[in-house]
Every structure is written in C-alpha cells, then in structure tokens.
Design a binder for this molecule. Structure first.
Ligand code: 13P
Ligand code: ZN
Length: 274
C-alpha cells in the first residue's frame, strides 16, 4: 500500500484538515505529531528516502524516545496545505539512540524542518509514553480563538480555568476529568516552554499556553482532536455567557460529584469548591 494510504497517515492528514476547517490554524499556526507503531514503521519503510538526511539536534533530551519514529508537521508549513501535498508539508523523523538528535526519513520533499515546537512535542510524548505504558501516541497544538481569548480574561490558574470550562457543558468534566494545566506566557519554540509544558503533562492531558494556544495529548487522532474540540466549544460558550452579562445560574458543585459517580469517571476533586 502507498504510504499516503496508510491508516496512520490518513488519520494525521484528517486532523490537519479538520483543524484548519475549524479555524484553529491560521497561516502556519499549530502543529501535530504522532508516535508511530512498529507496524506503521514497517509499512512506511519502503517509502523512506534512500540517501539518509543528516542528524540534527532536537534542542532537548528525550532518552525515553530513543529509536522511535514520529510523523510531524513541518515548521512554517500551513495545515491548510497538508491534504493537498502531504509529502511537502509533513515528515517522518527518526530519533537517535541517545534521544538528542533526529533525522528526516520521509517527506518535506521541497525542504524544511520539523515544527519549531518539536522540543515540546517530544518531551510531552516521552512523559505520556511512560505514564500510559505506550498508549498515548498523539500530541496536538492548535490556536483556537475562544480559548486564547479567555486567557486574557480568566485567572491563569488551573483550578479556576478548569472549573469555569467544566461548568460550560454538563459532560465536560467527563471529557477532561484531569482538568487543564496552564503555562503562563512564555516565548514559544524552545526548550524552556517544553520543560514547563511537559511538567504539566504529568498531571494533565491538556496544557493551555496563555495568549497563544493549546496542547492536547491522547491515545489516537480521534481522542486528541475531540479533546481540543470540546475545550474550544466550552470556551466559546464561556465567551458567549460573559458577553451576555455573565451567569445567572449554573451547575451546582454537588452536581459534579453526582455526575462523576454515575458515569464512573474520577474527576479531579481539588477543582471543586466543596
Ligand atoms: P511551526 O510552524 O514551527 O510549527 O510553528 C507554529 C506554531 O504554532 C508555534 O507555536
Ligand atoms: Zn503555536
């Protein structure tokens, strides 16, 4: 089967297309990475470039990802263009045995390098791979407008931000039961913001970057995309409620406890004001 027809490739391209359709990827905004399974790598290998690219520094250390392969978006590439020409806008990279360098094995055929947020993607992958026994494979960064708007208005702490968005639709606490981590404003694209974000990934599946965007993690493309979608929808409702003058009533605190019990999903209790 041609590499572009592989299920993992189609799933990746679909997230890029749908994220753009949602309005989360202006210009080159946002990026996506997927940790390939052994079967994915085997299926992709016949399409790998015959002359190997040079090793290049990741910009941080991820020893827990030594020898892994990732499908990632290219830096400066537009999500809008990924479905039209995947081979020019995304790439497969291999991580070296020390977890400090990568090399391109496929894609970016007209030149380029992986996303500038590669340190954050890979440090998040390293933590999630360990914490979930290899189950989590996707890290997704987007620039959804309502979440970004709220980072100018809501207090920038995990408890208050999560509580506000849990209130915005009854099933929200079941979709992000661990809540939302918050990274204060930082310069993007380097190791420092990668360290801050990956620290949060020990406790959360989501990190909000103040005045910038969101990082979501998950087991597959559907789970990860839908997590972003649910959070942005919650933020949209919150913006509407605030624009209409604010809440006149809301879900009672005990309601969250009842919800958690009835659906059998443990939600982070320190978010509640019990
Ligand atoms: P890249 O084009 O390097 O992926 O950067 C986009 C972005 O959103 C940076 O935070
Ligand atoms: Zn960004």
């Amino acid at each position: 089967m041609a590499i572009l027809d592989e299920t993992f490739m189609q799933g990746f391209i679909d997230v890029c297309a749908e994220g753009y359709r949602k309005g989360w990827h202006e210009r080159n905004g946002g990026n996506l990475s997927y940790r390939m399974s052994e079967a994915d790598v085997e299926a992709a290998k016949p399409s790998f470039a015959t002359s190997k690219h040079e090793w290049a520094p990741i910009g941080t250390e991820v020893p827990g990802l030594a020898g892994e392969y990732f499908l990632v978006t290219g830096s400066g590439k537009h999500m809008r263009n990924v479905p039209k020409a995947p081979q020019d806008n995304i790439c497969i990279i291999e991580i070296d045995n020390a977890g400090v360098n990568y090399r391109i094995c496929w894609g970016l055929e007209k030149g380029g390098r992986p996303t500038s947020e590669l340190p954050t993607h890979l440090m998040n992958h390293e933590i999630k791979k360990k914490l979930t026994d290899g189950k989590y494979r996707v890290i997704y960064h987007a620039h959804p407008g309502n979440v970004i708007a709220l980072t100018f208005v809501l207090p920038l702490d995990s408890k208050n931000f999560t509580h506000e968005l849990w209130e915005m639709a009854t099933e929200n606490p079941l979709v992000f039961p661990k809540g939302l981590g918050i990274v204060p404003w930082m310069v993007p694209g380097g190791r420092e913001i990668a360290v801050a974000t990956s620290k949060l990934m020990n406790d959360f599946d989501v990190a909000i970057w103040a005045h910038h965007g969101v990082f979501c993690s998950g087991s597959d493309f559907d789970e990860t995309f839908s997590l972003m979608d649910t959070i942005e929808k919650a933020a949209e409702i919150c913006v509407k409620v605030k624009s209409m003058g604010g809440k006149n009533q809301t879900i009672p605190e005990k309601g969250f406890v009842d919800l958690s019990r009835d659906f059998g999903i443990k939600i982070k209790e320190e978010i509640l004001n019990l």
